[in-house]
Design a protein around this ligand. Structure first.
Ligand code: TMP
Length: 394
């Protein structure tokens, strides 16, 4: 793959094999036409950027059938309230605020529509509709220069552009940053949070890698990328969400001094997070993790135990397909999202059921795919007395 920013070719160092669309929950009649792509990853040494080698077109993933709603997790709702409180120090009365990938409006709901002028960009129609119903001014389109230019009143006048778990979804980082540049006022701030490369390496949570997650960022990569566009990473704050994320605060180059960035860069350097060598180690760790989970499932089945999955996450698509875990191993996966229930998991075609099915047909063991929501889930499933397990330490 050619890096869009430096123009250089990046060689993949690992393949997870053929992968379907991570959120492509599918009906039986569509099995024969299911889309697959070769999921390879590479490391862009110029930018210290971990990235997919190839990915499906965004329209294939973010459309009227996107089955993910931010509001489906109480923990995330609370997180977004706190996130909104944090960013409020960067705005004043009547500030213009834009969220990229506003989903169902869970984040923007925390702003007062009267005292600030908010707009959400959300390309997936079904979630954008929910956001509009929630009273959030929402544009059902991709965030890019073409669409941003239509917002004449916001050009050069927006005090805050925000995003979470979205920037890593956008293939063309040039276009993204140039769009932010068009919008931000001279003292404006761009704040976003994304799954953190260092946490993925540490936890061997390779399921963070799927079609939507084109990039896995670090303080080093974000700092290098934004420097190229005359922006400065002024602060970075680690987050617990998604098994370990980082919040990045970006300003125009002539703004503020850097706060904790040097310290974080030194840590990344010492831990060799920014090296191809760590990627190769990660590859070996993925292979070990794969063997371990296959053996675990095999031994549970051999001892006559039955297994179901809990939460049909996008991440689970990577694990199931990479490890070839199918209906011989897992009877069903329960999930709260009505758009997924009644369909089948992408690639491995495990049936997705509602939570009632889990209450009435609990298996001996449960594979927790939403391991990053462990506390919230174990707390509400105290009645289940069997074994919980996952490929990531619980
Ligand atoms: P994600 O990991 O792709 O963001 O998806 C999380 C999925 O987990 C989503 O389909 C909803 C599901 N889920 C449950 O079924 N029960 C829960 O308690 C939580 C927190 C999530």
């Amino acid at each position: 793959m050619k890096c869009k920013i430096t123009g250089k070719l990046i060689q993949p160092f690992m393949s997870f094999g053929k992968m379907p669309i991570a959120n492509g929950f599918i009906e039986k009649k569509n099995f024969p036409d299911e889309f697959f792509f070769e999921m390879e990853v590479g490391f862009n040494e110029d930018l210290s950027l971990f990235q997919l080698n190839d990915h499906p077109k965004p329209e294939k993933m973010f459309n009227e059938n996107y089955p993910f709603f931010t509001g489906s997790s109480e923990y995330m709702k609370d997180h977004f309230k706190k996130y909104a409180d944090f960013v409020k120090k960067y705005i004043k009365t009547n500030s213009k605020i834009i969220e990229i990938g506003s989903n169902d409006g869970t984040f923007l709901k925390n702003f007062d529509n009267q005292s600030s002028q908010i707009i959400g960009f959300e390309p997936s129609k079904n979630v954008a509709d929910v956001s509009k119903k929630n009273g959030i001014p929402t544009l059902n389109c991709f965030f890019n220069k073409e669409n941003v230019k239509n917002l004449k009143d916001y050009l050069g006048k927006t005090d805050l552009v925000c995003a979470s778990n979205v920037i890593c979804h956008i293939p063309d980082l040039n276009n993204l940053i140039e769009s932010v540049d068009l919008l931000l006022s001279s003292n404006g701030t761009f704040i976003f949070e994304e799954p953190y490369l260092g946490s993925m390496f540490k936890k061997v949570s390779y399921d963070q890698i799927y079609d939507e997650h084109i990039y896995m960022f670090s303080v080093s990569s974000i700092s290098k990328i934004f420097q190229k566009f005359n922006f400065k990473l002024v602060e970075a704050i680690p987050q617990n969400t998604h098994g370990g994320s980082m919040r990045y605060i970006i300003k125009r180059n002539n703004n503020e001094t850097i706060q904790n960035i040097q310290k974080l860069l030194t840590i990344e350097n010492n831990e060799r997070i920014n090296s191809l060598e760590s990627c190769i180690k990660f590859k070996k760790n993925c292979e070990i993790s794969k063997k371990k989970i296959i053996n675990k499932i095999k031994s549970l089945k051999e001892s006559g135990k039955n297994i179901c999955g809990y939460a049909a996450t996008s991440k689970s698509t990577t694990v199931l397909n990479y490890c070839n875990i199918n209906t011989n191993h897992i009877d069903y996966i329960c999930d709260t999202t009505k758009e997924k229930v009644g369909k089948f998991s992408p690639g491995m075609h495990i049936p997705i059921t509602d939570m009632e099915h889990f209450q009435n047909n609990a298996t001996d063991c449960v594979y927790l795919f939403a391991w990053n929501h462990k506390d919230e889930i174990l707390n509400k499933e105290k009645k289940f007395k069997g074994e919980w397990f996952s490929h990531v330490e619980l």
